[in-house]
Structure formats: structure tokens, C-alpha cells
Write a protein that binds this ligand. Structure first.
Ligand SMILES: CCCCCCCCCCCC(=O)SCCNC(=O)CCNC(=O)[C@H](O)C(C)(C)COP(=O)(O)OP(=O)(O)OC[C@H]1O[C@@H](n2cnc3c(N)ncnc32)[C@H](O)[C@@H]1OP(=O)(O)O
Length: 203
């Protein structure tokens, strides 16, 4: 069952623009210096798009309030946020009442070792996914500790399954585990300690 706690804030045109930006990021990294494209002209065109966006954008303080409307999963975060071009984005499904998963395939912008996912990117995906699992299970908090074990390299260009499960809640201490698997094998596993605390939302 797909987890969709943000349907009231759907913005298909915004998501489509973010998707286009993801294509641009991927194509830029893929091109590097090995392209016949006129990169100076492309830089001018991209800057023209940024000029249009900046001219029409709200003050940051107003946007921060807007980002934190509602109580569900955010739309702007760097892992699952459909409106954030640096998010793959992950789309979560419920496995059971305390477990969630998402399947994603990462490309060149997320590379660390040759043809493999950067370890910091794996940490980002797991931190956030453990946090969302906590929200899904009903008690969430902030990351106090995140312990990772990199069992083997995590491949680019192959489907990755990112899973997280809330294991226990003891007072304010929430313990959550997760892993990234590829082809049925564990690439990265994570253990997190979260403390039930919620910074005030911008108003
Ligand atoms: C649907 C919605 C989806 C929502 C989905 C959203 C998903 C987003 C997920 C993103 C997660 C993040 O990246 S969060 C961002 C990264 N994390 C942070 O920035 C956190 C920075 N740290 C802090 O703000 C603070 O240190 C806290 C909140 C972690 C704890 O501070 P505190 O609230 O003052 O609590 P404090 O009294 O110190 O500690 C409470 C108890 O926890 C223990 N404790 C505290 N920290 C630790 C620690 N590192 N290791 C061990 N134990 C610790 C203390 O010993 C104490 O135990 P005892 O004496 O009671 O036994």
C-alpha cells in the first residue's frame, strides 16, 4: 500500500518542473566535458530559467511556513520530496504497521566509488527512511545516533530497496533499523536512535 500523506497538497506542475530539473542534473553529470553541446549557451539558458524562478519566488520566510503545512510527510525534503530536484525521490509503501519500503534506481549524480552509490547518499536515504518509518509507526523524533554498516558496494543503475522498521519505543527513545538491498543482498544496514522531539514549525 503506497503511503501518501500529502495528497491534499498535490502540485503536479511543480513536480513536473522538479522532474525536469532532475533530468538536467543527470544530463549535466553524464555530459561532463565529453559533449558536443554548447555548454556556454546551455549555462545561459539555465541561468535564464533561474532568473524567472527567482523573480517569482516568495520570501524565504513565507516559503518555510508553506513547506511545513499539514502534519504528514513533507514535499520538500531531499529524499522523498517530489518538489525537491535533489531527491531521487523515494516513494514509500507500507509493509506493515511499523515497516516501510521504497524502490529506487540511482544514477550518476549519486556516484561515490566507480559505478556505486556514494556512502553519504546511502546514509541520507537511510536516515530519512528510518524517520519516515517512525512517523508511519506513530511515534517520531530527531536522529540522535545513526550507525551504518556498509556490507558491500551499492550499485548505481540497479533497483535498490530501502526498508526501515521501528523496533521499539522506550520513553522518548525510539530505536529503528533499516537497510538498502540490491538483487536480494544487503548493501548497507542502519541502526538509529531517535529522540521524540519536534522543533516548532515555522508559522
Ligand atoms: C508522518 C510524519 C513523517 C515525518 C518524516 C520526517 C523524517 C525526517 C527524518 C530526518 C531525521 C533527521 O535528519 S533529524 C536532524 C538530525 N538530528 C539532529 O539535528 C538532532 C540534534 N540533536 C538534538 O537536537 C538533541 O541532542 C536531541 C533532540 C537528539 C536530544 O536532546 P533533548 O531533547 O534535549 O534530549 P536529552 O534530554 O538530551 O536526552 C533525552 C534522552 O535521550 C538520551 N540521548 C540523547 N541523545 C543521545 C545520543 N546521541 N545517544 C544516546 N542517548 C542520547 C539522553 O541520554 C536522555 O536519556 P535519559 O536520561 O532520558 O535516559
Amino acid at each position: 500500500m503506497a503511503i501518501d500523506l500529502r495528497s491534499e497538497f498535490q502540485a503536479p506542475a511543480v513536480d513536473a518542473a522538479a522532474d525536469a530539473a532532475r533530468r538536467v542534473i543527470d544530463a549535466l553529470v553524464r555530459s561532463g566535458g565529453m559533449t558536443d553541446a554548447d555548454m556556454s549557451a546551455i549555462a545561459d539558458r539555465l541561468n535564464a530559467v533561474a532568473d524567472d524562478l527567482e523573480a517569482a519566488a516568495p520570501p524565504v520566510a513565507d516559503r518555510l511556513v508553506d513547506m511545513w503545512r499539514g502534519d504528514g510527510i513533507t514535499r520538500h525534503d531531499p529524499v522523498a520530496g517530489p518538489e525537491n530536484p535533489i531527491a531521487p525521490p523515494l516513494e514509500y509503501s507500507a509493509v506493515d504497521s511499523r515497516t516501510i519500503e521504497a524502490v529506487t534506481t540511482l544514477g550518476l549524480p549519486y556516484q561515490g566509488p566507480p559505478s556505486c552509490v556514494h556512502g553519504g547518499v546511502s546514509a541520507l536515504l537511510l536516515d530519512h527512511t528510518l524517520g519516515v518509518a517512525n512517523g508511519w509507526a506513530g511515534v517520531s523524533g530527531m536522529t540522535a545516533e545513526l550507525t551504518l554498516r556498509y556490507h558491500r558496494t551499492t550499485p548505481l543503475f540497479e533497483p535498490l530497496t530501502v526498508t526501515a522498521r521501528q523496533v521499539s519505543v522506550d520513553g522518548r527513545k525510539i530505536r529503528t533499523t533499516g537497510e538498502i538491498t540490491a538483487g536480494g543482498g544487503t548493501c548497507v544496514s542502519a541502526e538509529g536512535l531517535f529522540i521524540a522531539k519536534h522543533p516548532p514549525r515555522p508559522r
